[in-house]
Design a protein around this ligand. Sequence first.
Ligand SMILES: C[S@@+](CC[C@H](N)C(=O)[O-])C[C@H]1O[C@@H](n2cnc3c(N)ncnc32)[C@H](O)[C@@H]1O
Length: 244
Amino acid sequence: MASPPRSEPDHGLVEDHSPSGSPSPRRASHRSARPWADGPYGAAVRSGRGPLWLRRADGERHRLEVERWCGPPDAADRSVLERCAGQGPVLDVGCGPGRLVAELMAAGVPALGVDVAAAAVHHARSLGGAALCRSVFDRLPGEGRWGTVLLIDGNLGIGGDPGCLLARTRTLLAPEGRLIAEVESEDVDERIEVSMEDDAGRRGPAFPWARLGARAALREGRRAGLRTARAWTSAGRHFVTLAR
Ligand SMILES: C[S@@+](CC[C@H](N)C(=O)[O-])C[C@H]1O[C@@H](n2cnc3c(N)ncnc32)[C@H](O)[C@@H]1O
């Protein structure tokens, strides 16, 4: 199946490498707010450190773990990586600086990262990983043929509409493929507006995001035609596997 129509609400983060034609006014307005692609995230990835937060409209904030993302895979990451072995090619959606893609490729597992942030893609490539600067909602290589799709480090939040993201993910998977998603430790199901905020309190434009615990992820997965295969916890992080 092709990418969702451009008129769908609030994927928020349309990247400008799309093969499709001229931008509509709506797409142009999405492009004017590219919090991950522009803004302080790129600088943080280049320096390997934050602090950087997602600031919510209600004042609460969630720290982006830039240092961990720029470091080597930890125990929880390894619990994901070992589940990728022997399951066909892996697509890491929102791969960030690319520690997972690089590790998979070093182990001989075919893998590709996609991310809208050029700095993240550059970093992933510098680690020896294959990565594309593109949105998950754009056309991607190997659609319908990926053995595993990853949504790690809160990436179920991408676009702020998990139902849409999971439906898109399903179109990327091979018939026997499965999604591995990291979920929140709490039993949450939130659609929120956030802004990227740096240490000096400077904020970027608001954009939609989502936070899902395991229950909500499984429920959204079912709606998108994905069935639960298993859930596990490693080193304090929580994951679910959803199969086609
Ligand atoms: C919460 S961070 C997770 C980082 C990451 N998994 C890592 O290992 O560093 C979200 C990531 O998703 C990327 N992203 C946001 N919207 C995206 C989209 N529509 N398509 C692909 N990547 C996206 C961001 O640039 C960012 O690197």
